[in-house]
Design a protein around this ligand. Sequence first.
Ligand code: 5GP
Ligand code: ZN
Length: 139
Amino acid sequence: MEDCIFCKIIAGQIPCSRVYEDEKVLAFLDINPISEGHTLVIPKAHAENLWEIHEEDLTAVHMASKKIIRAMKQVLNPEGVACLQLNGRGVNQVVMHYHLHLIPRTKGSEPLPVSSWELKPGNQEAIARLAEKIAANLG
Ligand code: 5GP
Ligand code: ZN
């Protein structure tokens, strides 16, 4: 897609530090890493978000992520890896081409902001009602 920075990376018009590629997927290191090894896994077919991405591409991205974090374990031996995926400007999606962030945290490094929120109990009745509403709208 024209004007999409990740489509340009796929087309080779913008360089990237590639870690994985197959027929449907490309993965490369983020240029603004939250942590060492911060990787983006993207479908080659342009889709903006989780609402739009085709199921085969979604599957391919997540299957690739499994291979990549196996390699990350060999190289970085992380304590854990956070997988983050944003959908929409309202949750700070900046690049509007579906991407899965793989964010490793190595021993002794700062806690990741994406995995250190405070747990506050919600209204359990409201939670139950909302679950029913969403479940009733599954296609
Ligand atoms: P999000 O849309 O989920 O907020 O994040 C977009 C991510 O893409 C950011 O972490 C940003 O650093 C990364 N990013 C934006 N432009 C480029 C680029 O040209 N190359 C690479 N490797 N990463 C990019
Ligand atoms: Zn794109």
